[in-house]
Write a protein that binds this ligand. Structure first.
Ligand code: ZN
Ligand code: ZN
Length: 165
């Protein structure tokens, strides 16, 4: 992603240093399930695998994935939050539905766009949100006049027209 000044990977209009990074280094807390979701996306983008493991607490009896299992070669290009349900500061749990866009190699000028759509379940324990589980959803349509999935702020047709489907 090329931004000037660079904005956070998660799509918030703040630089990483004032958005997800303080959460990654435990200088601040993700106060909502959505904030944790965004910080986990930024952790995928920065290959912060230990953060992904630390913020994943699967249902009882299931194993948390290892850092190796979290490793991926995906080149994440952007995140779009589709819907949230509870998951606020005062809630014990909540859902966030999102679509994460990625390519399989770095040259996004020619690489096709892939997407991961999920409705994720989060729980809060002792003021800390955790990712619990997720259900995959169907692909979203990329439209011409919508903001490009790469978070450039431009319309898709003007930015990455080969991603239109
Ligand atoms: Zn962020
Ligand atoms: Zn774009």
């Amino acid at each position: 992603m090329s931004h000037n000044p660079p904005l956070c990977y998660c799509g918030n209009q703040k630089p990483f240093q004032h958005c997800c990074q303080p959460i990654h280094i435990a200088k601040s807390r993700a106060e909502t399930a959505e904030a944790l979701m965004r910080s986990r996306f930024s952790a995928f983008c920065t290959q912060n695998l230990s953060y992904l493991v630390a913020t994943h607490q699967p249902p009882l009896g299931q194993k948390t994935p290892t850092e190796d299992e979290y490793h991926s070669e995906n080149q994440w290009v952007g995140l779009k939050i589709l819907n949230t349900d509870l998951g606020l500061k005062s809630d014990n749990s909540g859902h966030v539905e999102f679509v994460a866009f990625y390519t399989l190699a770095t040259n996004d000028a020619i690489e096709p766009l892939h997407q991961l759509r999920e409705r994720s379940f989060f729980e809060q324990h002792n003021h800390q949100w955790f990712y619990v589980s997720g259900e995959a959803g169907s692909r979203v349509k990329i439209s011409r006049n919508e903001t490009c999935p790469c978070q450039s702020g431009k319309k898709t047709k003007k930015c990455h027209p080969h991603w239109l489907c």
